[in-house]
Design a protein around this ligand. Structure first.
Ligand code: ADP
Ligand code: MG
Length: 574
């Protein structure tokens, strides 16, 4: 809540102005029946048309004034609630940027997207609603009661009985409905989740021909939502007959008792009419109040989900020593000492007892079956995850002693699942280094074997990628990603299966170029290709999270069974 208040503070003027506007509008509205009574009693009953005209004009003018004020309030409250929504979304987005891979795994991307969009809109709506109606209902109740009492205290008693009766019945109905409203919200979230997951993974769904399965999943989710909504609506629907009943009974009571009073001369006809009017105003106010409560309940679930992220502590932050930003990665020596690692969601260590040393400028190939934890291993070097036990040293200093920015700038990484952003190729490349000159960009692209195909597009480096632009092939995408990483001239470069979609010949060229462009850079290459392994200075063979063998390609060819198997399986037999 404190977080919300910090943002709401920026809209102080609106928050103060809005209740004042509401007060004026309510005054204009609740005073109308008084004029009505005057028209009937002093005008119609006395056969004095001038009173009717004069009071009528007042009524119209006050009506217009009330409407104008209401319109201004809609403007003021919309502006504030939309502004609040935007600020909140920005705050949430900023927070998500600070989260580590760890935390993103925990929340899941799909759910973060829902929070950024759906949940925020909910909060925005409820703020708009509150600013327009929250104060309005109680104010109307009070004002209507006030006028009623000034007219006739006895009749006011009827209202005083009707209001609690209504209040209590609405309360009971809502209390019964509350859990269902919350469940409706959960079902909506579930449905959203199903849709988002499906869309994010649509390629997988299609390639595995799982559309029917996914459609069933959607139908099930959607059906559950339908049942829940029907249930909740039935409960809400029962509010209206109850209200109608109480309203009608009250009207009859007022006309009955009021009729007597009119006959006895204690009450005027116009006053009786205005009474009936006040009664419906009070009812309207109660209905609005119950609607706000309903929506508040729905929004509270959204609010919880937003606050959960806003209040999350990023699990990977700079250590006190790292914050001092004392150390620089200058040579690119990497040492793993007894490193074990487990994912936060995992039950077993995916890496166990990893020990090895890499000298500056060496090229290390990491090989092993899928799931042997190759990707997990390299992600520990730039501290995308923290080791569970053991230590990783870069240039003799623990990675935890470096500032995270230093690690991320000096260690270039091309992830296995790399994506480009919507924008031009140039924008994507400069994303790695904003101030890169054209010459630098071209140098990196030539090295990554991307220059040629980029220049084959009519617009060259200004070609749009993604939505509304060209779609590059998997191999081309990989080469752009490599160029993006090269631009920074990192001291340590990690290529996680980054050339899997590039043909062997091109890959060899890229490897040779890397050597020339970054001859002091330490390079980790995760690869399936024997050629790449053979050209490395050192090879690490991972098996099920442990180092099975480590050494130069020649050594491994001699004494590692696993390496020999890989080698033999990739020799072309004539
Ligand atoms: N984000 C993650 N959360 C939990 N477990 C993971 C995560 N990423 C990978 N794993 C698990 O860690 C193991 C090693 O995976 P990975 O490092 O991707 O292997 P490789 O790159 O060799 O194919 C696998 O069992 C995988 O299921
Ligand atoms: Mg991998």
């Amino acid at each position: 809540m404190k977080k919300y208040w910090q943002i709401l503070k920026n809209y102080k003027t609106s928050l103060i102005l809005s209740p004042i506007l509401v007060l004026v509008a309510v005054l204009c509205e609740t005073i109308q029946p008084m004029f009505m009574a005057k028209i009937v009693d002093d005008g119609v009953m006395q056969r004095d048309l001038s009173v009717v005209t004069e009071t009528g004009i007042y009524m119209v003018l006050i009506s217009i004034a009330g409407l104008t004020v209401s319109v201004i309030n809609v403007y003021v409250s919309s502006k504030a609630s939309i502004g609040f929504g935007t600020d909140l979304r920005t705050a949430l987005f900023d927070k998500i940027q600070q989260l580590s891979f760890f935390d993103i795994d925990h929340f899941s991307s799909a759910s973060l997207i829902t929070r950024l969009t759906n949940d925020i809109s909910k909060i925005q709506q409820i703020i708009l609603m509150s600013m327009r109606m929250m104060l309005r209902s109680p104010l109307m109740l009070v004002m209507a009661l006030f006028f009623v009492i000034t007219i006739n205290t006895d009749l006011a008693l009827i209202l005083l009985i009707a209001i609690p009766v209504l209040g209590v019945s609405v309360f009971f109905i809502l209390r019964k409905g509350f859990p269902f409203f919350l469940k409706v919200q959960q079902k909506v979230d579930q449905l959203n989740e199903v849709v988002r997951e499906n869309l994010i993974n649509i390629r997988v769904v299609k390639s595995f021909v799982r559309e029917d399965f996914e459609a069933d999943k959607f139908e099930k989710s959607s059906g559950e939502l339908r049942d829940m909504v029907i249930h909740a609506s039935n409960i809400v629907a029962s509010i209206f007959p109850v209200m109608q009943l109480v309203l009608n009974v009250s009207i009859v009571a007022i006309l009955w008792i009021g009729g007597f009073k009119v006959m006895e001369g204690e009450l005027k006809v116009g006053e009786l009419i205005s009474f009936v009017n006040y009664l419906s105003q009070v009812l309207m106010a109660l209905m609005m109040l119950s609607m706000i409560f309903m929506n508040l309940a729905r929004a509270s679930a959204s609010s919880e989900r937003i606050l959960e992220v806003l209040n999350a502590n990023p699990s990977l932050v700079n250590t006190p020593e790292g914050l001092q930003d004392k150390y620089r990665v200058t040579r690119g020596e990497v040492v793993f000492k007894n490193v074990s690692f487990r994912y936060p969601s995992g039950e077993t260590d995916v890496l166990r007892n990893i020990n090895f040393e890499v000298k500056p400028g060496e090229t290390i190939a990491i090989v092993g079956a899928t799931g042997s934890a190759k990707s997990s291993l390299v992600q520990l070097i730039p501290r995308l995850y923290d080791v569970t036990s053991g230590e990783i040293l870069i240039d003799g200093i623990s990675v935890k002693s470096y500032h995270l920015d230093e690690l991320h700038v000096r260690i270039g990484m091309v992830l296995q699942k790399n994506e480009l952003f919507t924008g031009t190729i140039m924008e994507n490349l400069r994303w790695g280094k904003e101030d890169a000159t054209l010459a630098e960009v071209e140098e990196a692209c030539i090295a990554a074997q991307a220059h040629e195909f980029i220049m084959s597009f009519p617009e060259g480096y200004n070609t749009m990628l993604g939505r509304g632009g060209v779609n590059v092939s998997g191999g081309q995408k990989q080469r752009i990603c490599i160029a993006r990483a090269l631009l920074r001239k990192p001291q340590i470069l990690i290529l996680d299966d980054s050339t899997s979609a590039v043909d062997t010949e091109t890959e060899m060229k890229i490897r040779n170029n890397l050597h020339k462009l970054l001859n002091n850079t330490t390079v980790f290459i995760i690869t399936q290709r024997i050629n790449t392994m053979q050209s490395a200075d050192k090879v690490i063979v991972l098996e099920d999270g442990e180092i099975n063998a480590i050494g130069t390609p020649a050594e491994l060819l001699e004494n590692s069974v696993v390496y020999q198997e890989i080698y033999n399986s990739q020799q072309i037999v004539f």
